[in-house]
Design a protein around this ligand. Structure first.
Ligand code: AHG
Ligand code: MN
Ligand code: MN
Length: 360
């Protein structure tokens, strides 16, 4: 017999959980519910290009309703897969201004789920990979329902995080703090099967990813750093590394995780608020930072570890540098040495404290 082992995501999560003596199974089920939502979103994503054709032929829709936008659909599916399980006390989605309460007729639990239901959504209509990002925090307040304090916790307190990439195949990658594991969806059996065990970011980086279109708005240290990445200063040995950027964070991050490299979405001078960066700390950066660290990598806002940032707003934005540790630390060095102008603007924002009833 061959040595091949077929391990479903459910079995894998269960095996991981057995390593914890006080495990209750709550976690296993929570991750499995996310995997289930991912399968449904994957199905719809694959059909996205057919929506107009099939929709026009579909007589059953007597209201003549158009198909929902995929990001709204993904948002609802994730919420509905998780609202009635008794495992969560609240959720928060990039698509909603406020935290999402568990409906009063359902039990609540001791975790919160944060998610970006569809990342890279501008890529749907052009058939480029999109993704879902999720992270889980433990409840810290005492009531039955979760509050904003349960949701806006720093990344170092995360108990699990992951993402799904809807690409040439659909993959789910997650970590509960015991390494990073990747599963590929086998559509014929409807299961996520273990395909990438214990992912480690390769030591030799292959790619850097940044939107070069905004280069003229970059602060000088970022510009010099990117030149360094291009090998003009001997980065990554004496060889330049390749540049790849899709506009879907999940897809760019996933590629660099498997191949080695760095993704950056720096702060810039585009407008009055872009000194804060674009990506969202709570829905995008924290989860991927957790994964990167578990895979031996590192992430930073250009000042320090993403996981150490004490958030002050649910929709807080952050610059992001993520990937191989040495490459990300090099970005910090360039910024420290050359971007005083930016640091003076940014540090007070970074140090801002969460204040109930105030937004930034
Ligand atoms: P979302 O679709 O969830 O709003 O996120 C889009 C993000 C991210 O996926 C990507 O890296 C970035 O926006 C791309 O932005 P630019 O088009 O400015 O490069
Ligand atoms: Mn996103
Ligand atoms: Mn999104």
């Amino acid at each position: 017999m061959s040595q091949m082992r077929i391990i479903t995501i459910e079995r894998h999560i269960l095996q991981q959980q057995l390593r914890h003596p006080n495990a209750t199974g709550v976690f296993t089920n929570m991750l499995y519910d996310i995997a289930m939502a991912a399968k449904i979103i994957s199905r719809e994503t694959n059909r996205a290009g057919l929506v107009d054709i099939l929709g026009a032929a579909d007589q059953s829709n007597i209201h003549g309703e158009r198909q929902q936008k995929l990001d709204v659909f993904a948002d609802e599916i994730i919420f509905k897969m998780n609202d009635h399980t008794g495992r969560l006390c609240a959720m928060a989605s990039e698509e909603h201004d406020e935290i999402l309460a568990i409906p009063p007729h359902y039990d609540t639990g001791k975790y919160v789920l944060l998610y970006d239901p569809l990342d890279g959504s501008s890529n749907i209509d052009v058939n480029v990979s999109v993704g879902t990002i999720f992270s889980i925090h433990r409840k810290v307040t005492t009531g039955a329902q979760g509050t904003i304090e349960d949701v806006i916790q720093p990344g170092y307190k995360l108990v699990a995080a992951g993402y799904i990439v809807y690409g040439s195949s659909t993959m789910m990658v997650y970590s509960t703090g015991q390494g990073v594991h990747g599963f590929t969806l086998d559509n014929s059996v409807g299961e996520f099967l273990l395909s990438h065990e214990d992912i480690r970011i390769p030591d030799t980086p292959k790619y850097y990813s940044v939107n070069h279109g905004y280069e003229k708005y970059w602060y000088p240290g970022v510009g010099e750093y990117v030149k360094w990445l291009q090998g003009m200063d001997g980065a990554a040995g004496s060889k330049a590394i390749g540049h790849r950027y899709t506009g879907s964070l999940v897809a760019d991050f996933h590629r660099n995780l498997l191949r080695g490299g760095v993704f950056l979405y720096p702060a810039d001078k585009r407008d009055e608020t872009s000194y804060r960066g674009k990506l969202r700390l709570m829905y995008e950066a924290q989860a991927l930072a957790f994964i990167a660290r578990q895979a031996g990598g590192y992430s930073s806002d250009g000042v320090g570890d993403i996981l150490d940032i004490e958030p002050h707003d649910l929709h807080q934005r952050t610059p992001l540098f993520i990937g191989n540790r040495d490459l990300v630390q090099k970005a910090e060095q360039y910024i420290r040495e050359q971007d005083q102008e930016w640091l003076e603007k940014y540090l007070p924002f970074r140090e801002r404290k969460y204040q109930p009833n105030k937004t930034s």
